[in-house]
Design a protein around this ligand. Structure first.
Ligand SMILES: *Cc1c(COP(=O)(O)O)cnc(C)c1O
Length: 487
């Protein structure tokens, strides 16, 4: 017992040790983990240990075998998903929470910062004054939570408590084809089924067409089908397109259907004055989600859902009274941090035990302020625009989808190659294997495009020129070899 305590008290030298391993990792001078996969797999593939080796040696294995073979995601050249390495402040705040407030429950500073930081996010993104939020593990769960509130509201309108009694009549969710597939999953989890998500036609740029939505709503109203929610995107995952929020939100009001905006990636884009007007209509939302672990640079595991009325969330997700909690922390007069649970976030979402995430968001905003966040977001949007400019000026490249936010979709073109989709697939694989540039690809109106998404706090303009140069080099190389082999 005594020894264990002593080990914890000595966390600072271990942190210093860990810090040096992590700093080394973040220099990205190591090889890709697959290059030496046999070595680290062998080192890690041991049978269940009967005896422990102690904290020092575990830390050493971590630093020598595991960390150097970690993921490429924090590499500044990685622009593949909308996921990035956490900022240092985010990592430190996360660690503080793990030690000092392993749960958000209770009357303490971390619980207080859950609400404070959610309010800051609402202010930052110009959400309506009355909305209230709840954190969750990410956008997937945040969408389930927000659509859970939509379900509660829609069925209460017809005299049913869906959380208590279940749903006895089908409900529909309207979304553009470019919506994230977690919407379908949310529909499945909430009991509607994936097929309850009705795909609304989009324009060339992947934005929902309000007139098509209206046609569908009209038809469904005529047939007395129950509309549960309209889901609009503020930044689609594949191209960053923003649906016409104002018009869609107005249709929600007209047809009395819940208006949800999925801003997991793109909501922070509102901080860039150049695109701010695209968010007009955000004031009409019934719910919206954002992922601080995407564009805000928070460590993974932090999403937020905002809903116009948190009482709905409570009715949708309350776990009901549980004797051991009620008995232990429900005094009217709180004098001790364990006298009450604080704001009952556990009744507003899917998790009971959950980390204190508010402190992380609080720290990120406190560190660089709204201005610092806006500058970073503008830099990422600039990078996408610069890429589009370089691609349109180069005879070997073509912009496939011009950027709305920080995603630019482009491809290599060649007169001598028939199948450009195949060529760009091969360019992309070689790019990922042989260079520091790790974008993804996306299919847009039949064209396979290379798709970098710039969201990393460490992503910088030089990644853009580097990416362009490499794509041209690889493309030239592949097309010239193809030509030679044709002769
Ligand atoms: C990433 C993303 C999600 C899913 O979020 P996770 O945090 O990965 O669960 C949902 N919607 C959109 C638009 C996204 O970009």
């Amino acid at each position: 017992m005594k020894k264990e305590l002593a080990e914890f008290d000595n966390i600072s030298p271990r942190l210093e040790q860990l810090g040096s391993y992590l700093d080394q990792y973040m220099r990205f001078q190591h090889d890709d983990p697959m290059k030496h996969a046999d070595a680290w797999r062998t080192a890690l593939d041991i049978d269940l240990p009967q005896q422990g080796i102690g904290i020092e040696r575990v830390l050493q294995e971590m630093g020598e075998v595991i960390i150097p073979n970690g993921s490429q995601i924090p590499n500044p050249g990685s622009s593949v998903f909308i996921t990035t390495g956490a900022t240092s402040m985010g990592v430190l705040a996360n660690l503080s929470a793990l030690v000092a407030a392993p749960q958000r429950l209770g009357l303490h500073a971390f619980n207080y910062l859950e609400e404070k930081s959610l309010q800051w996010l609402a202010d930052l993104f110009e959400l309506p004054a009355h909305v209230k939020g709840v954190y969750s593990s990410g956008g997937s769960t945040a969408n389930i939570i927000a659509l859970g509130a939509a379900r509660q509201w829609a069925y209460e309108q017809i005299g049913i408590d869906p959380a208590k009694d279940g749903i006895n009549q089908p409900g529909r969710i309207y979304a553009a084809a470019a919506s994230h597939h977690t919407i379908q999953r949310a529909a499945a989890v909430l009991g509607f089924g994936r097929d309850a998500v009705v795909t609304i036609e989009s324009d060339e740029q992947g934005r929902m067409k309000p007139e098509s939505l209206q046609r569908q709503l009209e038809e469904d109203a005529r047939n007395q089908r129950l509309g549960v929610a309209i889901v609009a995107n503020a930044g689609t995952t594949s191209t960053g397109a923003i649906d016409p929020l104002q018009e869609i939100g107005m249709l929600g009001k007209e047809y009395n259907i819940w208006f949800h905006v999925d801003g997991a990636y793109g909501l922070p884009g509102i901080l860039d004055e150049r695109v701010r007007h695209l968010y007009q209509g955000i004031e009409l939302i019934d719910s919206v989600i954002v992922d601080p672990h995407k564009w805000l640079g928070a460590p993974i595991g932090i999403g937020a859902a905002f809903v116009r009325d948190r009482a709905l969330l409570h009715r949708a997700f309350t776990q009901g009274a549980s004797d051991y909690l009620e008995g232990s922390c429900s005094l009217d007069e709180a004098e001790h941090s364990m006298d009450q649970l604080g704001i009952p976030y556990h009744d507003f979402g899917l998790e009971l035990s959950a980390p204190s995430r508010g402190v992380v968001v609080w720290a990120l905003i406190r560190e660089i302020g709204k201005q610092g966040l806006a500058e970073r977001i503008c830099r990422h949007n600039d990078m996408a625009r610069e890429l589009a400019r370089l691609a349109s000026e180069s005879p070997q490249l073509e912009v496939v989808q011009a950027p709305t936010l920080s995603i630019c979709c482009f491809r290599y073109i060649s007169q001598t190659t028939q199948d450009l989709n195949d060529l760009n697939t091969r360019i992309h694989r070689r790019l990922v294997h042989n260079t520091r540039n790790m974008p993804s690809t996306v299919m847009i109106n039949g064209k396979l495009a290379i798709r970098p998404c710039f969201v990393g706090a460490r992503a910088h303009h030089r990644q853009v020129t580097d990416l362009v140069d490499e794509v041209i080099n690889i493309g030239n190389d592949l097309t010239s070899t193809a030509q030679i082999s044709n002769f």
